[in-house]
Design a protein around this ligand. Structure first.
Ligand SMILES: [Fe+2]
Length: 239
């Protein structure tokens, strides 16, 4: 006659099974519906239609719901069995996978997850206009004027060859604000001296539905009408 295992025996067996399985493999096991994926798609900080007509609701729906979501899904999948399983944060994953060919797929997806979340925060309905006073003074000191910063941003957006990003950063070595551009998924997070303050996504998927190939018009409209200066000022204050 066989006896059913006791509750104690069941708990011990479960604990042994869990101990032998890497944490994120459990998370990705489709048979285990209770485990959440490591990263989830962050909600937008505003309604998808809130940036219309500068950026349409359909562009936002595609950009956030398809492109950003795909980077999150790809990252979760790639992290299974990766040696980056012990990384404690998205930023740590980005920094440990940068400039490493073997980890290029993880870097691309992790950086795109972070870049997009930062982009959404860089925008807001009824943004643009005049920055807060202290930030405006800093822009005048480092660029000469807000117009000069705008010109530098539009120049970087048009000179970026192919897909990429335009960033307002603090260059800690120069102790100055600066505009930089990065290609594809690359991000200033991988350069120790640069602190990202705001970004504009210049991948075609960010603007093509609304502006077709007129990237400069898109960048100008974002700068003039959507840029979240409070977000820039907050990032600068903690840099
Ligand atoms: Fe994008």
């Amino acid at each position: 006659m066989t006896h059913a295992p006791s509750r104690r025996q069941l708990l011990a067996a479960t604990a042994a099974a869990l101990a032998s399985t890497p944490l994120w493999s459990r998370a990705a096991d489709k048979s285990d519906k209770t485990e959440a994926p490591r990263f989830t798609l962050p909600a937008l900080p505003w309604d998808a239609a809130a940036l219309d007509p500068v950026i349409s609701a359909s562009t936002i729906a595609q950009h956030h719901g398809k492109h950003h979501a795909a980077y999150v899904d790809n990252l979760n999948r790639l992290l299974i069995n990766s040696t980056l399983v012990d990384a404690e944060s998205l930023v740590e994953i980005i920094q440990r996978s940068a400039r490493n060919e073997g980890r290029r797929p993880i870097f691309n997806n992790a950086a795109q997850v972070w870049n997009h979340t930062f982009y959404w925060q860089s925008l807001r309905p009824k943004g643009g206009g005049t920055p807060p006073l202290e930030l405006a003074k800093r822009i005048d000191a480092d660029f000469g004027s807000l117009t000069a910063l705008r010109d530098a941003t539009l120049t970087a957006s048009t000179e970026q060859f192919g897909a990429g990003w335009v960033w307002l950063v603090l260059d800690k070595n120069q102790k100055k604000l600066a505009v930089v551009k990065t290609g594809n998924a690359d991000t200033p997070l991988t350069q120790e001296n640069l602190v990202p303050l705001a970004t504009i996504d210049v991948w075609e998927h960010a603007y093509y539905l609304d502006y077709q190939s007129r990237r400069k018009d898109y960048a100008a409209a974002v700068f003039d009408k959507l840029l979240n200066w409070d977000f820039v000022a907050a990032n600068l204050a903690k840099a």
